[in-house]
Design a protein around this ligand. Structure first.
Ligand code: IVH
Length: 675
């Protein structure tokens, strides 16, 4: 085959796989295979620069830096949206539409997540992407074509026969949440400034004059409409437009839906809000649109806002408030964590008065002072974070935050660990009451020994009364002692004793996790249990033996060795076993004999009896790989209520789907059940 033909073939192949990966979220080949195609393309193009075309995938990686962005006038203005926050206002809006359209017209409504990103307009001429422009003031924006070209989800070329000769597609470029978090973790680890939030991340990335920098940012795009089209295409509805765009390879949101009545719209609004933190991207509400383009035309626009659409806004996930104080909490491992006390503020649907500050490095990075006005972010059920200090609002008497010299609980020295980030109370469980209490709370917690009714408050009470100093003491409690505590009746005391009794029959994985060994989370504990099969070999294992366990590295191994070296820990374990704590024998299986070895599972929707992390840990313990997206290679999808596009995709691809009850049955049958 000649070079030109091979190049064309490679471009077509890469284009195809790129679309599967970035737009359909459903790759057919492994990353390495894709890379091989790409490398071949780059090599051939390097030898034959005269054969490089503008739509070649190689042209995505980012060209030479620009000195500035050219201003472009939009052929049709990019409008903004009217907004509302209550369903009553939405109903009023629909009534106004009805009045304008006249009686007898049925109005079909489209609901789409309102993506919190950056609006862009993409111009395609004869199928080729020729312009990417920001919204700007609605009339003129900036030419960010070089940056837009680096985004995998944006096709450089549309090949279908019916693509209009010229058209402009509009949509939102955004940074997915997992990519945002990964980007920030890496930025922090390499001492760079993290992004404030995904929206700023997307906006900042598109504003880079050097497209090579944009190419490194994890951006993607949802298209949500057509700006204009030439060539006689006359779609009848928004949904028809969207179906075409998707057919041409543009990425559209599978969570959009059409409804014929307002009640169903309101059900959608509630349903999407409930799933908001599981979507994987930030939304600030829902856009409700009239589907019929004839009706849209008839309704028209006022003052740069169409009458045919409205934004229903959800509670904001960011708000500003004042930092009243910073206190230091001592955790189970002695880690001293600064906690921000805030002037209460309504954010993410709840009133927030505390936020985590992680560690002293974070305080230094944010340059946060007591008295500052700060921006707080609370997305989903993630702990509220301070993301920045609002500049120019620092009061004159603002106070710098200092790490205390001694533990606020036990008075022992606070030491900074080698890497500097974590400060720890040096008292250990022997001297530090906070560490003792936290250790016992952890031991009793749901994923550990699961002692129902033994909540944090009761642990505090028992420890304060000097009745328990370590987990083993729990099994020595009696009815008389418990019932004598304030706010403890006979019945609740009996319940706690029954729960303690029940907790004695556990699994080795839970027991290991319950010990609270530093660096040993639920998944590691499960891995250790199935590797060693019993407690003694684990206790006797040295660094090398531990590192042989999957996912156990030197740091984790060292921590485990240190834990079991301590005679106090060994004695406590002995007392627990003497008190009657037992576990089912574990069958040690080699990785390829694990029941779900070689399988890929996907979890979607809400699970009720466990979190997705817990489900993932259990499936992983059985040898499965748990993936984030459904493809032909997916073995099994577990779908809970609210499952969306992943479930649709599974059904389309014929991937088997089970519900939570079936998952629980499977986990139980394999000894990693919920109870
Ligand atoms: S339609 C004339 N659909 O919201 C209406 N907009 O306040 C055009 N946005 O700047 C917008 N998701 O960038 C529409 N599914 C969606 C959207 C969406 C986010 C943004 C858009 C616009 C802003 C309007």
């Amino acid at each position: 085959m000649n070079v030109a033909a091979r190049l064309e073939e490679l471009r077509a192949l890469i284009h195809y796989h790129n679309h599967r990966y970035h737009v359909l979220d459903d790759p057919e080949i492994a990353d390495a295979e894709y890379d091989a195609l790409f490398d071949e393309l780059l090599a051939l193009e390097a030898d034959h620069p005269e054969l490089v075309t503008l739509d070649s995938p190689s042209q995505r990686v980012g060209g030479a830096p620009l000195s500035g962005f050219r201003t472009v006038r939009h052929e049709r203005p990019m409008l903004s949206l009217d907004k509302c926050t209550a369903t009553g206002e939405l109903e009023d809006w629909l009534k106004r539409c009805r009045t304008r359209l006249g009686d007898g017209e049925t109005i079909r409504l489209i609901c789409e997540p309102k993506i919190d990103g950056v609006a862009v307009a993409l111009t395609y001429e004869n199928g080729l992407l020729t312009l990417g422009a920001t919204r700007g003031d609605g009339n003129t924006g900036e030419d960010i074509t070089a940056n837009v070209r680096t985004i995998g989800a944006v096709p450089l070329k549309l090949t279908a026969d019916d693509v209009p000769p010229r058209m402009e597609v509009r949509g939102e470029i955004y940074m997915p949440l997992d990519a945002f978090e990964r980007f920030n973790e890496r930025a922090l680890a390499s001492g760079q400034k993290p992004l404030i939030n995904p929206r700023n991340g997307a906006a900042g990335s598109l504003r880079q004059l050097d497209p090579r920098l944009t190419a490194q940012r994890p951006l993607t795009m949802f298209c949500y409409g057509l700006g204009w089209a030439e060539g006689g295409w006359t779609p009848a509805s928004h949904s028809e437009v969207m179906a075409k765009l998707a057919g041409w390879g543009l990425r559209v949101n599978a969570d959009a839906a059409a409804f014929d009545d307002i009640d169903s719209v309101e059900t959608y609004l509630d349903g999407l809000l409930a799933r908001r933190d599981k979507l994987g991207y930030d939304i600030d509400g829902v856009v409700v649109k009239v589907d019929s383009l004839a009706q849209q035309d008839a309704l028209g626009a006022v003052t740069r806002k169409p009458r045919w659409a409205i934004a229903y806004k959800y509670p904001a996930e960011e708000a500003t408030t004042r930092l009243l104080d910073v206190e230091f909490q001592v955790g189970r491992t002695g880690a001293v964590t600064p906690v921000a006390r805030l002037e209460p503020v309504f954010v993410g649907g709840v009133t927030v008065s505390n936020a985590t500050l992680h560690n002293m490095d974070e305080i230094a990075r944010l340059d946060v002072h007591i008295g500052d006005t700060v921006m707080v972010r609370r997305a989903g059920d993630v702990i509220p974070q301070i993301i920045k200090v609002v500049e120019g609002k620092r009061p004159r008497n603002a106070k710098a935050v200092a790490l205390p010299v001694v533990c606020p609980v036990c008075g022992s020295d606070i030491v900074r660990e080698e890497d500097g980030a974590v400060a720890r109370c040096s008292g250990g469980v022997v001297r530090c009451e906070a560490q003792r209490k936290e250790g016992i709370k952890h031991f009793a917690s749901r994923l550990a020994m699961d002692i129902e009714g033994l909540g944090d408050k009761l642990v505090e009470q028992l420890a304060d009364a000097g009745l328990i100093t370590d987990p083993a003491d729990l099994y020595g409690l009696d009815l008389e002692t418990l019932a004598a505590l304030p706010r403890m009746a006979k019945k609740s005391s009996e319940n706690v004793l029954a729960a303690l009794e029940k907790s004695k029959h556990t699994t080795l994985a839970r027991f290991i996790y319950a010990l609270g060994i530093r660096e040993v989370g639920e998944a590691t504990a499960a891995g250790l249990a199935s590797h060693f099969g019993e407690l003694e070999p684990l206790m006797a294992a040295d660094q090398t033996a531990l590192e042989a366990v999957e996912d156990v590295g030197p740091v984790v191994a060292r921590s485990i060795v240190r834990y079991f070296e301590d005679p106090a820990h060994r004695q406590m374990i002995r007392r627990l076993i003497e008190a009657g704590v037992t576990w089912e024998p574990v069958q040690v299986v080699s990785p390829d004999e694990q029941p779900l070895a070689g399988q890929t599972w996907v979890l979607t929707g809400t699970l009720e009896s466990m979190t997705r992390d817990e489900a993932r840990a259990r499936l992983t313990a059985l040898g499965a790989k748990v993936a984030g997206s459904v493809s032909k290679k997916t073995t099994q999808v577990v779908a809970g209520p609210g499952a969306g596009s992943k479930l649709d995709r599974a059904e389309a691809l014929g991937v088997p789907v089970m519900d939570e009850a079936a998952l629980i049955a499977l986990l139980e049958a394999n000894g990693v059940g919920v109870d």
